[in-house]
Design a protein around this ligand. Sequence first.
Ligand SMILES: Cc1cc2nc3c(=O)[nH]c(=O)nc-3n(C[C@H](O)[C@H](O)[C@H](O)COP(=O)(O)OP(=O)(O)OC[C@H]3O[C@@H](n4cnc5c(N)ncnc54)[C@H](O)[C@@H]3O)c2cc1C
Length: 386
Amino acid sequence: MTHQAPIVIVGTGLSGYSLVKELRKLDKETPVVMVTADDGVSYSKPMLSTGFTKGKDAEGLAQAGTDVMAEQLGVEVRTFSTVTGIDTVAHELILGDERLAYSKLVLAWGADVIRLGIAGDGQDHIHSINDLMDYRAFRKALDGGKRVAIMGAGLIGCEFANDLRNGDYEVDVIAPDPYVMPSLLPVAAAKAVQHELTKLGVSFHLGTVVERVDRSEKGGVRLILGNGETLEADLVVSAVGLRPRIELAKAAGLDVGRGIKVNRALETSAPDVYALGDCAEVDGQVLLYVLPLMASARALAKNLVGEHTQVRYGTMPIMVKTPCCPTAVCPPPAGADGEWHTEQEGSDVKALFKAPSGAVLGFAVTGRFAVEKQSLAKEVPPIHQD
Ligand SMILES: Cc1cc2nc3c(=O)[nH]c(=O)nc-3n(C[C@H](O)[C@H](O)[C@H](O)COP(=O)(O)OP(=O)(O)OC[C@H]3O[C@@H](n4cnc5c(N)ncnc54)[C@H](O)[C@@H]3O)c2cc1C
């Protein structure tokens, strides 16, 4: 029975659609069914934090409707269909009361936003933005507003801060960290971005947390911070991190770590089940970025047509979309031996992470040094060395 079943792909984000595009270059015939909990509209998620800068609302950021994608790719797309389980023995996906047989199953179901349990009756004013539908709801809620509070000063919090300032909103950023993006950038680069965002008008409240969000008389919310400060806002954006979706995979008996564990052929521990993108831990690496998922999609498409292929991650610089302070970073491997060497002129920072041998293992560049990202990337060894 199973050999007649389609390839089933769960998720129509960049991972799911990139995989089908790669697969259709190699095989136009094999039936493919895509299943997604959302509306299946194709969009580029990184653009969600650039809407005001680019003058685009949610409709402007949509790239193609579901029907167009289904037709172009020769696939069936089932929208608003939430997977509730996987029966790896029967080779069936469980969608509530329904079972869907698969010949091969690909999990491309992304990562969940972390939600903080915050006290107060203003919960419905807190928005997490992790897909186009979230963004649509956020823009609608923002309509007529003037002031936004952002929880989290990581990459996404900073990008939204810059973008909302470009949209002329008043922006407060609240985070427990001593400076922005502490897990991504060395301190000099982080402080340069923070300085330029501050010059742009962003107000930072660092070293503290939001303790309560209550509705205010004015129709917005009042935030109470751990340091005793009180802030008013029309709405709150929560940008406190993402966690790969592993629960259903774990319940189905798949090996999981921080993500769904796969080898470099993108195979999980269950036969004929693969994973890629934000939900996957590929050979020990959880990288919630576009370049790794594109490389994975190319390799997995080949595996799905029987050409055994291992994904190879090259050097993967991350661009931080803060136009007030252009920034690129290529973090050194976790636990690498070495230290940062920094050259700085105001908010222009060039930091190189060098091993004791002098080899460059990572870099961060801001301001006028940001243009050096391509040449520096050539000096950094790829993630997969073979
Ligand atoms: C604001 C923002 C800015 C970013 N900027 C950058 C950037 O500049 N550069 C960069 O490299 N990366 C960036 N990223 C990260 C990048 O966008 C993600 O790594 C990438 O889009 C993840 O794609 P994905 O397809 O794996 O997951 P997703 O896009 O999350 O797709 C998951 C899919 O699975 C479906 N799904 C989930 N659960 C179920 C279920 N139970 N049943 C059925 N369907 C399900 C969802 O409906 C969705 O279709 C950014 C992320 C954000 C949020």
